[in-house]
Design a protein around this ligand. Structure first.
Ligand SMILES: Nc1nc2c(ncn2[C@@H]2O[C@H](COP(=O)(O)OP(=O)(O)OP(=O)(O)O)[C@@H](O)[C@H]2O)c(=O)[nH]1
Ligand SMILES: [Mg+2]
Length: 197
């Protein structure tokens, strides 16, 4: 799929504020700083469309970006960032769980995972919640430029193994680098096929 048009639509602090049209959402979630906003910029080819920062907790709201006037890419706040206020946090903020479990616009969710790390408990718990609630999701490993090809494969395998302890059927998994553009075509093709369903 080609992205010919990408524009910021709105930021929502509650799910009641998300766009009211019937375009579907393809959303990105994951731990703070994993690279959600960077990937959105890379996929759209528009640096600066979503705000990126080396400091975790940059994205605080639900951001809708309208793509090709046909669907939305959605940038969500990260989870697992301990310095967010306790009232807001819980394990996953109310904003995140409301969106992921209750927003009817959500068509497919990508959980982003830092390819360098061992499977993190918080990611596994988040994925468990998705599975239990029947939310359609896939996994994108980020920051692949930080590892060699062999290390990447090992890391993906390690995650696959951690998931297979819980699940019989594994979600689709893709590898990406927003730094190098790795995985871009594959992710866009995946989204295209997703939107056909
Ligand atoms: N080397 C490398 N760095 C990356 C990549 N993707 C993101 N980063 C860096 O990781 C940091 C966090 O990126 P963001 O895109 O802001 O991460 P986020 O998940 O949106 O973070 P929050 O909004 O705070 O939850 C920034 O310093 C990025 O430059 C990547 O593919 N490779
Ligand atoms: Mg962000």
């Amino acid at each position: 799929m080609q992205i010919t048009k990408a524009e910021f639509k709105c930021s929502s602090e509650r799910i009641s504020q998300v766009p009211k049209d019937d375009l579907r959402d393809i959303a990105f979630i994951g731990r703070s700083n994993v690279g959600k906003s960077s990937l959105i910029n890379r996929l759209t080819g528009r640096q600066g469309l979503a705000k990126v920062s080396g400091t975790p907790g940059k994205t605080r709201l639900i951001n809708h970006f309208r793509i090709n006037d046909a669907w939305y890419l959605v940038d969500l706040p990260g989870y697992g960032y301990a310095r967010t206020s306790k009232v807001q946090r819980g394990e996953f903020s109310k904003l995140i769980t409301d969106y992921v479990l209750r927003c009817e616009k959500l068509h497919f969710l990508f959980v982003l995972v830092d390819i360098r790390l061992e499977p993190q408990r918080i990611d596994l718990r988040f994925i468990e919640m998705l599975g239990e609630n029947g939310v359609p999701f896939g996994i994108i490993f980020t920051k692949a430029d930080k590892l060699s090809k062999t290390q990447r494969e090992k890391s993906v395998e390690r995650f696959r193994k951690a998931l297979s302890e819980q699940w019989e059927e594994l979600p689709p998994m893709l590898v990406s680098s927003s730094e190098q553009g790795l995985g871009r075509e594959e992710i866009l093709d995946f989204i295209e096929s997703c939107l056909k369903v």
